[in-house]
Ligand binder design. Structure first.
Ligand SMILES: [Fe+2]
Ligand SMILES: [Fe+2]
Length: 139
């Protein structure tokens, strides 16, 4: 049980980090990219907020205490680098949720397994969008 709570708390810390990362990047993105990326980054936050809400509720339901410290991320004003950082974060997040959904299944928590898989659907959407945007951005 502690293993699962710790795993979900790790996910929660990364969700908080994602929220801060999208808010920060949307605030500091400059140049012509600002017109579209500013809004795009803000739009992603809703999903990450829902993920954080689910995780903190579930951690508490399991008898744990939801973490309040976010993970950290690289700050940059270079648009391509921003997108690469976000892509890396989304890809790592998908891998983490895959591992944790397997853990939940192994421990018999099918509801958590299914919900983490649903979250993977959202993260995969984020990953694909960022990948497409990166496609047209030069060095
Ligand atoms: Fe998320
Ligand atoms: Fe995401």
């Amino acid at each position: 049980m502690k293993e699962l709570i710790d795993a979900l708390n790790e996910d929660l810390a990364f969700e908080y980090s994602a929220i801060i990362q999208y808010i920060t990047y949307s605030a500091i993105v400059k140049g012509i990219s600002r017109l579209e990326l500013g809004e795009f980054f803000l739009k992603e936050i809703n999903d990450e907020l829902e993920h954080a809400k689910y995780l903190s509720n579930k951690i508490s339901a399991l008898g744990g205490t939801p973490i309040i410290e976010p993970k950290t991320f690289k700050i940059t004003e270079n648009v391509k680098e921003m997108l690469e950082e976000l892509l890396k974060a989304e890809e790592e997040t998908i891998e983490r949720y895959k591992r944790h959904s397997q853990l939940a299944e192994k421990l018999g928590y099918i509801d958590i397994k299914v919900q983490l898989e649903n979250i993977i659907l959202d993260e995969a959407k984020h990953r694909d969008e960022i990948k497409k945007i990166l496609h047209n951005i030069g060095g």
